[in-house]
Design a protein around this ligand. Structure first.
Ligand SMILES: [Zn+2]
Length: 71
């Protein structure tokens, strides 16, 4: 087995793993949006829930979370 064969073996294994990961992601159901913010309990407007499926936080808490993540 030469270097080229080994490289294509690695490439194939990597591609298969990537495909499997994508399939697993695609199979996950979209999480239902929360009706109330998980953090402060404020009701999340219908429009926000529709626009962002799986949303769990109100706009205010989302802003705070994003600011904390940036640090
Ligand atoms: Zn909130």
């Amino acid at each position: 087995m030469d270097v080229t064969d080994r490289a294509s073996d690695v490439e194939e294994a990597t591609r298969e793993a990537a495909i499997a990961a994508q399939l697993a992601l695609a199979r996950q159901p979209v999480r239902a949006s929360a009706t109330n913010c998980e953090d402060c309990g404020t009701e999340i407007p219908e429009g926000r829930r529709t626009a962002q499926p799986g949303v769990l936080l109100c706009v205010g808490c989302k802003c705070i979370q994003e600011r904390m993540n940036r640090r």
